[in-house]
Design a protein around this ligand. Structure first.
Ligand code: NAG
Ligand code: NAG
Ligand code: NAG
Ligand code: NAG
Length: 516
């Protein structure tokens, strides 16, 4: 008897330890309210909330993760599938899943290694900086796997620059990486690669050419490249890829140019303007052959890298030349004109279905009339999630955020183009704040790994925003956002898999469901 008692005690102590250790690993949000609709989660050098990679439950059970305006962040819950004889709530929204109808595969998720991102992360202590990088890349963070790297400076730099400033130099004999590459981008990319469990893939975009390549001899537009500089500008991309390779960093893709449209209008943002027929000529005669005949011949060449307005207008003109059609692998989409119908993406996909569409830039708080940084604003989480869901439902294969970390003013940006970011760094306090947008992103990035395929989903009445996937491990993922100020009862019916789930989407919530 005594022996039994002591072994029970041992088991109990063991269980206590297991639960205790598990709890220590999953760290909750430390909320702070700045007087807006929701909260930020505060992290510092010794503490940061996290989200562990979920262990899938056996068939018959499901996991759900919920974040809400009222302050929940990745709140985990386990539930059981319903037995079909159980009574059903009359007013439920029926969510119909059909995994036999499949659409595009996912490439990945990420943000951008801007100078501002590097400057802000470097302004923190090493402990806090590591917590921040972990928050995006590690297995206890958002697990980003596809990120954008500016070639030279952007508006989120402390000054305008290119890699070949100074006198006219078509041979690019003075090409060299900048202080910012050595201080910020390269160390940060390496630290991120170190923490990523899979492979961290990268693609690069150039904002401006050296001034001497342009008619107006400025970093900004409206302006075009001098015709005589078409080949040197293609060589510049090659030089960049080589210089980074020498530092041990290789790229999955390049875009043809960041926002060619910005270079057509008066704007303070550094740019190269391209009309579609100019871009067609440059890709056909210069960029395409230069890249495909180089050691980087397999790299993805991503066209457009601009607003939805240019889909498929620019593409139609560019693809009049078969060579361009062969050189271009896919199209980059920016979010800033996302009031235009996302259907334009499906039109593009239907016309050019062998080319992928990737969302390559997005941020909240852009424009002179917007408040730049809104600490804890839930509307911004919703606007991220709506955009991602609309994009995914129109053939987009991944979504890449803009600055990964900005300061409390939404900078630095040398042209005062301050905006918001999912992580805001307060260097004075040695802490950083995870905005609701961070969690909105995580509801997708964490649970929909590369290689997942979108599947059919439909709701019985238009109450919520939905997208669904089947993952490489055969788990089904459903992201469901409720933007109503009331709870919504849902009934998920996945007939092929004999799954029926009854649950509630809380008012103003983003939810991810996961089951085998
Ligand atoms: C970091 O945050 C944790 C949790 O809020 C707190 O207990 C700790 O004192 C903070 N550390 C520093 C150095 O501020
Ligand atoms: C990457 O990890 C290795 C081993 O843990 C470490 O030695 C190295 O310093 C890390 N590199 C970076 C850039 O963090
Ligand atoms: C940043 O930290 C400083 C020092 O603790 C504090 O005075 C300031 O209010 C903080 N800013 C924000 C936006 O929290
Ligand atoms: C997923 O399901 C398919 C078809 O049922 C099966 O062939 C495959 O082995 C499964 N994959 C995994 C990772 O379980």
């Amino acid at each position: 008897m005594q022996e039994t008692m002591s072994s029970i005690a041992t088991v109990l102590i063991f269980l206590f330890l297991v639960i205790h250790i598990t709890e220590q690993h999953q760290k909750p949000c430390i909320p702070r309210n700045y007087g807006l609709s929701s909260v930020v989660c505060v992290c510092n050098s010794t503490y940061c909330d996290n989200i562990l990679q979920p262990q899938l439950l056996p068939r018959g059970q499901y996991l759900s993760y919920t974040s809400t305006l009222s302050g929940l962040r990745f709140k985990e819950k386990r539930g059981n599938f319903q037995i079909s004889s159980e009574s059903k709530r009359e007013n439920s929204v029926v969510i119909d899943i059909d995994s036999s109808k499949t659409y595009q595969s996912i490439f990945g998720w990420g943000g951008s290694f801007t100078d501002a991102t590097g400057i802000n992360i470097k302004s923190l202590s090493s402990g806090a900086a590591e917590n921040l990088i972990r928050s995006y890349f590690s297995e206890e963070g958002l697990e980003y796997n596809l990120c954008r790297v500016p070639i030279g400076g952007t508006d989120f730099s402390t000054h305008g620059y290119s890699y070949n400033d100074g006198n006219e130099d078509p041979q690019l004999s003075n090409f060299k990486l900048a202080f910012e590459d050595y201080q910020y981008k390269i160390p940060l990319i390496k630290a991120a690669q170190n923490l990523t469990t899979g492979k961290l893939e990268l693609f690069a975009s150039a904002w401006t050419a050296p001034k001497w390549m342009k008619h107006n001899e400025k970093y900004t537009g409206p302006d075009f490249l001098k015709k005589s500089m078409y080949q040197p500008w293609a060589n510049y991309y090659l030089k960049f890829l080589k210089a980074y390779k020498q530092k041990g960093i290789e790229f999955w893709g390049i875009t043809t140019s960041n926002e060619p449209s910005t270079g057509l209008i008066p704007s303070r943002i550094n740019s190269v303007g391209w009309l579609p027929w100019q871009m067609r000529e440059w890709v056909a005669e210069n960029l395409g052959p230069t890249i495909r005949n180089s050691e980087f011949s397999d790299i993805k060449i991503i066209g457009i890298d601009d607003q939805i307005f240019f889909f498929p207008l620019y593409i139609d003109v560019m693809f009049e030349d078969e060579r361009v059609k062969n050189y271009i692998d896919g199209f980059g989409l920016h979010w800033y004109w996302n009031f235009l119908p996302p259907m334009l993406l499906t039109v593009t996909h239907n016309k050019y279905s062998d080319k992928f569409i990737l969302a390559t830039e997005a941020c909240e708080g852009a424009g002179v009339y917007k408040k730049h940084v809104l600490l804890g604003e839930w509307n911004r989480a919703e606007s991220y999630a709506i955009d991602i869901i609309k994009d995914l439902n129109n053939w987009v294969t991944g979504w890449i955020d803009w600055n990964m970390a900005l300061d409390v003013t939404g900078g630095p940006t040398y042209i005062s183009n301050n905006v918001d970011s999912p992580i805001i760094v307060n260097k004075t306090a040695g802490e950083f704040y995870k905005q609701p947008m961070y969690y909105a992103l995580g509801h997708f990035t964490k649970f929909i790994p590369k290689g997942s395929q979108r599947i059919y989903v439909k709701q019985s009445k238009e109450e919520v925003d939905l997208v669904a996937f089947i993952r490489p491990d055969n788990a089904t993922v459903i992201v469901a956002m409720n933007r109503n100020n009331h709870d919504v009862d849902v009934r998920i019916e996945d007939k092929n898999n004999a799954v029926e789930i009854l649950d509630i989407l809380p008012a103003r919530s983003i939810n991810t469901f996961l089951y085998l």
